[in-house]
Write a protein that binds this ligand. Structure first.
Ligand SMILES: Nc1ncnc2c1ncn2[C@@H]1O[C@H](COP(=O)(O)OP(=O)(O)O)[C@@H](O)[C@H]1O
Ligand SMILES: Cc1cn([C@H]2C[C@H](O)[C@@H](COP(=O)(O)O)O2)c(=O)[nH]c1=O
Length: 216
């Protein structure tokens, strides 16, 4: 049975890499996929992985009907055996419904990849709808780590090197950016709640206030 699968995780946990691997393995067996993405860091109509791979994709712009796109492709004699969607958190809920319809009415597997929650720990609308509709939700096996070594479960946004919890939900960006830019860092829940990024933890550790008191 074809499935709608949601591969979810934090930023930088290997989602795009896995998306490209799934596409590669299927195309090696002669299967043809339609690859959608929205607002990838590498630019419009691209899927990029931090391992250096970049592939052309169809930009799933706001309001685009993904089901209608597939129907038109097939009716013009095009071939599509499966669908991959990266940055699925950015899709509108109605576009996730269209993905479910592709699975049910066109009998195709749809593999969607995305982060579940934003920098405020709130669900993205696209991810919420995927959680509601997916046949299966898969967590990536290579876990991203918080600076403390615990499994990273949340995404933090930094502005000028300082973690923020207010602002626009969507700001395309990356981890490991220079402090003066808007950037992201993955954290465990404990450190996300305490707003303790790697930089602030480091600064705290170096502060005389927290140095052990010499009793001698
Ligand atoms: N230089 C590197 N060597 C090995 N693995 C790397 C390197 N850079 C990034 N990675 C791997 O790539 C992962 C990020 O992959 P990517 O597909 O871009 O993530 P996502 O799409 O989830 O943001 C990292 O978690 C890490 O495992
Ligand atoms: C947490 C968070 C992230 N984003 C953006 C930043 C990146 O452009 C993508 C995530 O890409 P990745 O391949 O998973 O690293 O999402 C955002 O717009 N808002 C957020 O709160």
């Amino acid at each position: 049975m074809p499935e709608l699968v949601f591969f979810s995780g934090t930023m930088d946990c290997g989602k795009s890499t896995l998306a490209l691997q799934i596409g590669h393995n299927r195309s090696a067996r002669g299967l043809q996929g339609v690859i959608f993405t929205r607002d990838d860091r590498a630019g419009e109509g691209k899927i990029s992985s931090r391992l250096g791979l970049v592939t052309e994709a169809v930009e799933a712009a706001e309001g685009m009907d993904l089901y209608a796109y597939l129907v038109e492709l097939l009716s013009k004699g095009g071939k599509a055996d499966y669908v991959i969607v990266d940055e699925a958190q950015f899709l509108g809920p109605e576009q996730i419904d269209q993905l479910a319809r592709i699975v049910d009415d066109l009998d195709m597997d749809v593999f969607a990849f995305g982060i579940t929650t934003d920098f405020r720990t709130k669900l993205f609308p696209g991810s919420q709808r995927l959680i509601e509709l997916a046949d299966r939700i898969e967590q990536l096996q290579v876990e991203a780590l918080c600076w403390c070594g615990a499994r990273a479960t949340h995404n933090a946004r930094t502005v000028g090197g300082v973690m923020v919890v207010e602002g626009a939900q969507v700001v395309v960006g990356d981890v490991n950016r220079p402090a003066e830019e808007i950037g992201y860092e993955v954290l465990c829940r404990r450190h996300h709640r305490r707003r303790l990024t790697s930089a602030s933890a480091h600064a705290g550790a170096l502060s005389p206030d927290v140095l052990p008191v010499n009793s001698a």
